[in-house]
Design a protein around this ligand. Structure first.
Ligand code: UDP
Length: 326
């Protein structure tokens, strides 16, 4: 098939592109390189079934030309990261809603199947665990920028389902804390990448708050398998959690990463207000219910946390050695 991957030079996108090429598809990567990295596509660019297009999903003319030629689009391009969400909510809202609307409209016009990459953030402040796909979305206050990303992604999902009703073939995958090689970390977020980078440099590992927050980290290979499975027609018109069920506190994660990297980093505790600025609302626990993904997508996460962390640490170590980590 001819497949377009928006955000294909990013962390999840670049791994997805590689898997699609392995499966024999023709793949176009569309990326504005705002957070993507060309070298993530080194392997893909050696393949003559891959083309890289530098551009934005807000460019309708460019998109129209691509959509006329493809069968499926994986829409992963997004304005994301805690830093943007906290400091630049307008960019987050526009970047996520306008681009997705273009994708959905043009896919609808051209009969293209869409797999939309969403996030476990959309469950908001819901504290009924685990989250199944029909769980309520508990809204955070609009005056708190931190919720701008979750809200924009939730509106994107509303758009997906609205277009589904008009006949668009679309499925939604909600990612739970993906990690692995190429994970980018920012000033605040991407905890696994942040901890590994600190550990490999023997610098302090900063645990925010008391580290009792719980997450289910999902190795990139499992994230990609769940995304690929959503391409099938049986997935149309539905959202799917793509995560793991291995729950761990951030404190335990810090110790585990320090041990697995053989590091002497001190583990320090940083209050939320110092980490994010005033008013940040963190989620104490986030956990997926995988029943629907198992039943419909045949999805089963298969990489253990220890195994995934070891693979990640090896990759970050190589990058550090080659001078690729800033
Ligand atoms: N966190 C931390 N230290 C860091 C970065 C994040 O303790 O350097 C915490 C953060 O407060 C949250 C968890 O790790 O409770 C996961 O953060 P991340 O940004 O990776 O993903 P989130 O689940 O918040 O989307």
């Amino acid at each position: 098939m001819n497949i377009l991957v928006t955000g294909g030079a990013g962390f999840i996108g670049s791994h997805l592109v590689e898997r699609l090429l392995e499966q024999g598809h023709y793949v176009w990567t569309l990326d504005d390189m705002s957070t993507g990295k060309l070298h993530f596509l080194n392997e893909a660019t050696e393949n003559n079934r891959h083309s890289m297009i530098y551009g934005s999903v807000t460019d309708k003319y460019l998109l129209r030309g691509l959509m006329e030629r493809c069968d499926v689009v994986f829409h992963l391009a997004a304005v994301l990261g805690v830093k943007n969400t906290v400091e630049n909510p307008l960019k987050v809202i526009e970047g996520n809603i306008d681009g997705t609307r273009n994708i959905l409209e043009l896919a609808h016009q051209n009969g293209v199947k869409v797999v939309f990459a969403s996030t476990s953030e959309i469950y908001g402040k819901n504290n009924k665990l685990p989250f199944n796909e029909e769980s309520d979305r508990v809204l955070g206050a609009p005056s708190i920028h931190r919720w701008s990303y979750a809200t924009a992604k939730a509106i994107d999902e509303h758009l997906c389902f609205a277009y589904a009703e008009r006949g668009l073939r679309v499925s939604v995958v909600r990612y739970f804390n993906a990690y692995g090689p190429r994970q980018t970390s920012s000033q605040y977020g991407g905890v696994v990448a942040r901890f590994i980078r600190a550990a490999l440099r023997n610098q302090p590992i900063e645990v925010y708050h008391d580290g009792s927050q719980i997450r289910c980290f999902t190795y990139i290979r499992d994230t990609v398998e769940g995304t690929l499975a959503a391409m099938g027609s049986h997935a149309n018109g539905q959202a799917f959690n793509v995560g793991s069920e291995h729950a761990i506190t951030i404190r335990d994660l810090a110790y585990k990463i320090r041990d697995l990297s053989g590091s002497s980093s001190p583990i320090v505790y940083v209050p939320y207000a110092k980490a994010y600025g005033p008013g940040y609302e963190d989620m104490p626990v986030r956990m997926p219910d995988l029943a629907r993904s198992r039943n419909v997508l045949n999805y089963e996460p298969s990489v253990s946390l220890d195994e995934g962390l070891k693979l990640s640490i090896d990759w970050f170590r190589e990058q550090l050695k080659d001078g690729n980590l800033s």
